[in-house]
Design a protein around this ligand. Structure first.
Ligand SMILES: [Zn+2]
Length: 276
């Protein structure tokens, strides 16, 4: 059964993500012959620019939220939490399909059995992250032998035989900046603040964690700079206005919270003035 979901509007958070230590988000290694890199990064097929698939950031945020939510349940059963109702051997991923669950309502859930649980559409979408114009220009000038990236040798040792297993891993260099955008669909106006608190919290945790591969080797430290929060209600879309509200005063407090009365008013008004 598919849970019925309202659509009150959309909220967009955008800004830049800075790569603090070399970042590796791997593509399938079908291009081994090109340049002899064992582990290439994902690239746009047209421009050949390295980019970060939105699914990589979204997956990381989901796994961090699963872990923080599970931790907050304190006495939760790990086997039960990281599995799916109705069976399957899906482990290490949470999917309870309960509409009130902060993880499932944010990232979506599909029930493995028709008669158990709900299919929840994801509220959060993450756009692909592309290099800012300045970073792209800078990286084009790199002289590493690779287009816009660097490579790093990792010398893995086989723990049993002590045989060296050298590999070349391609990375997006430190200092590069990507544009990011998160798109949140408002399906329940009473959960907007809770959901966004979770998003912001996971972004902060991610800054102290790692994005992409080889995080334990120090890869993938990133830093988010939020620049703009845009709210669009149904009225915005119907009237063709650009946006109902633009917030760009990111200070100590997340602007959605400091402007909450205004935001709540927008959604309430949207309702009151429903076109008949
Ligand atoms: Zn859940």
């Amino acid at each position: 059964m598919t849970a019925y979901a309202h659509l009150y509007g959309k909220i967009f958070l955008s800004g830049t993500m800075k790569v603090i230590t070399g970042l590796h988000i791997g593509a399938l290694s079908d291009s081994m012959s090109i340049g002899g890199i064992d582990s290439p990064v994902v690239r746009d097929p047209v421009t050949r620019y390295p980019y970060i698939p939105g699914s990589s950031l979204k997956g990381k945020l989901r796994s961090l939220l699963e872990r923080t939510e599970f931790t907050r349940q304190r006495n939760g059963n790990v086997e039960q939490y990281f599995s799916r109702p109705g069976g399957g051997n899906v482990k290490h991923r949470h999917e309870c399909t309960k509409p009130e669950c902060p993880v499932c309502r944010m990232f979506g859930a599909t029930s493995s059995k028709q008669d158990e649980g709900n299919n929840l559409p994801a509220r959060l979408a993450v756009r692909d992250l592309h290099l800012t114009r300045e970073s792209a220009e800078e990286l084009k000038g790199l002289e590493t032998g690779l287009y816009m990236t660097e490579w790093k040798s990792e010398n893995g040792l086989d723990r049993l035989t002590a045989a060296a297993n050298p590999r070349q891993i391609e990375r997006v260099p430190a200092g590069s900046e990507f544009h990011f955008e998160l798109v949140y669909t408002v399906t329940d106006t009473t959960q907007i603040l809770d959901d966004w608190q979770n998003i912001i919290e996971q972004l902060r945790i991610l800054e102290d964690d790692a994005l992409g591969g080889h995080g334990s080797r120090g890869y993938g430290q990133v830093q988010f700079k939020c620049e703009q929060l845009v709210v669009r209600t149904l009225d915005t879309y119907r009237n063709g206005d650009d946006s109902a509200l633009i917030l760009d005063d990111f200070g100590e407090e997340f602007p959605l919270r400091s402007h909450w009365d205004q935001v709540a008013g927008l959604f309430a008004n949207g309702f009151a003035s429903q076109h008949v």
